[in-house]
Design a protein around this ligand. Structure first.
Ligand code: NAD
Length: 502
């Protein structure tokens, strides 16, 4: 199926992306592209038009992929000298760099993200592969005092080894397709694990292109397997597979619960990066020049389809009206459109069904008595566009204040106290704890609030300031474990203690 280039608001895609879309898209199992006889179609959420069809697998294909990953784990990958693994992963990073436009354009047309986010994402992904490749030579254990009952009799030596966890299943969402996969793949491969990736059925394309680059880089067969399919079939089969040693999952909290249940059979290890409803606290002394664009983008970045989205905005009454004026002006000026257009600041929702869900929250907030500051409408044009929407006078018990909406909807809750414990208690009144931000010109207030907010990541006078080397993950129902940085690598390593009687 060839993409309708005219449908991209007149913004042409590169010949490489066009050629990629026109190819047939199979499953990567054991180093070969395999057909399953079943397929799905993926659509451009900015236009609703079909982009490509792709093969999907179920329990049988997942089983084949796990077997291929096990063979690679028992064979070439784990035993490969570090220098060779470094060379292969470095080659992959360079191929990703050379194909940056293809990877970015596929996430733009498949997911709808604006070009500047897609380009940033690909650059971050290359950095991520380089970062973990560089860490391979620093995977090291320790020496320690041997146990007393051995040393009572003889000299001895105790040391630890860091070893790969084994065959890892990685299940990823649609909101940043390439990135959520790379930040799992890069540390897993550096650690010496082999992998079965299950992309989201909404956004299969960039990971299929990555699969081609993985083969071009020369990674041994079976080290990375990519099986598209639905969550209910392929995802559930991977999470429950008895020969998978670990599942690393990014997605909704509801699916995270299912993953945990499915993992109990063989007690595989589980890492979870789940949903959020992150607080943004704006103190009366906040610098509005920073806070207006910063708070707006805390919610509207990636059209709000962002796990870190700061959608519970607590605003001190002394600054409330000035902030609302600034946020309304900023949001109304945001350019909505196709992600391929460099002017676009906000793209579409991923699907019509998700758009209707987000609109349901907007209608619900109106009905519950929240005050609409700006936005609130679905655009009358093809695709799934919702205006940046701000509600104030939101009460803490309204659904828009409690639930993850995953759309461009900000809930503003006004407060009058300056007691930091009371403010933190409001911010912490959520089962989630993924991100958060504090806006103030007082150094003391900033750090005291950062210490009080129960969340894996807090930014001061900015929001969602994540990076390759900075650990990221959730408190509470936002997840288990950390990705990025050294902790992201540790998540794929076991520690073995060895004692030798000398
Ligand atoms: P989702 O939970 O619906 O799906 C995520 C993945 O799980 C998909 O690949 C899906 O096919 C698969 N899946 C669905 N049901 C499954 C099952 N029963 N067993 C196994 N796999 C199954 O989430 P989504 O809608 O794709 O993504 C949005 C969610 O992801 C939001 O809640 C967002 O906050 C979260 N997210 C979190 C982070 C983070 O780092 N914490 C990052 C990005 C997205």
């Amino acid at each position: 199926m060839t993409a309708n280039v005219a449908a991209f608001d007149g913004n042409a895609i590169s010949p490489e992306t066009s050629a990629f879309l026109a190819r047939s898209h199979k499953l990567l199992i054991g180093g070969a592209w395999v057909d399953s006889g079943q397929s799905m179609e993926t659509r451009d959420p900015a236009t609703g038009l079909a982009l490509a069809s792709f093969a999907i697998g179920g329990a049988h294909e997942i089983d084949l992929a796990v077997k291929a990953a096990r063979r690679a784990f028992n064979g070439p990958w784990t035993r490969m000298p570090a220098a060779e693994r470094i060379a292969l992963l470095s080659r992959l990073a360079r191929l990703m760099e050379q194909n940056a436009r293809l990877l970015a354009e596929l996430d733009i047309v498949d997911n709808g993200m604006p070009r500047f986010i897609a380009e940033l994402t690909v650059a971050n992904c290359v950095e991520m592969v380089d970062y973990y490749t560089g860490a391979i030579l620093r995977i090291e254990g320790t020496t320690t005092a041997p146990p007393r009952h051995i040393t009572a009799e003889t000299e001895a030596l105790t040391y630890t080894l860091r070893e790969p966890v084994g065959v890892v299943g990685q299940i990823v969402p649609w909101n940043v397709p390439l990135s959520t996969a790379i930040l799992k793949l890069a540390p897993a491969l550096a650690a010496g694990c082999t992998v079965v990736v299950k992309p989201s059925e909404e956004t299969p394309l960039s990971l299929l292109a990555l699969g081609e680059l993985i083969l071009d880089a020369g990674l041994p067969e079976g080290v990375v397997n990519i099986v598209n399919g639905t969550g209910a079939e392929a995802g559930a089969a991977l999470a429950g597979h008895p020969d998978v040693d670990k599942i690393s999952f990014t997605g909704s909290t509801a699916t995270g619960r299912k993953i945990v249940h499915a993992a109990t059979g063989n007690l595989k290890k589980v890492s979870l990066e789940l949903g959020g409803k992150s607080p943004v606290v704006v103190m009366p002394d906040a610098d509005l020049n920073l806070a207006v664009p910063g708070v707006a983008l805390a919610t509207f970045f990636l059209q709000g389809q962002n796990c870190m989205a700061g959608t519970r905005v607590f605003v001190h009454e002394a600054i409330h009206d000035r902030l609302m004026d600034g946020l309304a002006t900023f949001s109304q000026a945001m350019v909505l459109g196709h992600g391929l257009n460099p002017a676009t600041q906000q793209g579409p929702m991923i699907s019509d069904a998700h758009t209707r869900k987000v609109m349901g929250y907007i209608d619900g907030a109106r009905a519950a008595g929240a005050t609409l500051v700006t936005g609130g409408k679905r655009l009358d044009r093809p695709g799934n566009f919702i205006q940046p929407t701000i509600f104030t006078d939101v009460a803490a018990d309204m659904a828009v204040a409690r639930e993850e909406i995953f759309g461009p909807v900000m809930s503003v809750l006004r407060f009058s106290t300056t007691d930091l414990d009371e403010i933190a208690a409001m911010a912490n009144a959520s089962p989630f704890g993924l991100s958060g931000s504090v806006w103030t010109t007082s150094l003391s207030t900033a750090h005291r609030l950062a210490a009080r907010i129960r969340s894996g990541h807090v930014s001061i006078n900015c929001h969602g300031a994540v990076g390759t080397n900075i650990p990221f993950g959730g408190y509470g129902q936002s997840g288990w474990g950390r990705e990025f940085g050294q902790e992201g690598l540790d998540a794929y390593l076991e520690t073995k203690a060895v004692t030798a009687r000398l």
